[in-house]
Unconditional design. Sequence first.
Length: 117
Amino acid sequence: QVQLVESGGGLVQPGGSLRLSCAASGFAFGSYAFSSYAMRWYRQAPGKERELVAEISSSGGTTNYADSVKGRFTISRDNAKNTMYLQMNSLKVEDTAVYYCNSVWGWGQGTQVTVSS
């Protein structure tokens, strides 16, 4: 069973940066590899619905972002390491949320990002 595990969250001041990682593991021999599927980052702030932040194609050649993070966040992946990343720059208080990675195998457990002075 494939598992997704996020890391890299924490407390940062407005204007700061964080880099989130999502590592996938548990691929069965002969199964479709990590590199076969698109990946996504979502976030959920207290009292709000979960929203799509960014997505990346299986090869990494195509990316899309929510308008609220365009120009500040960068999604990437390293298929050799079965890992996806989210580089978050110029963080704002409104970026505070639990960030989740998602793909065909389901959801990770989430990592908390808190932006506060």
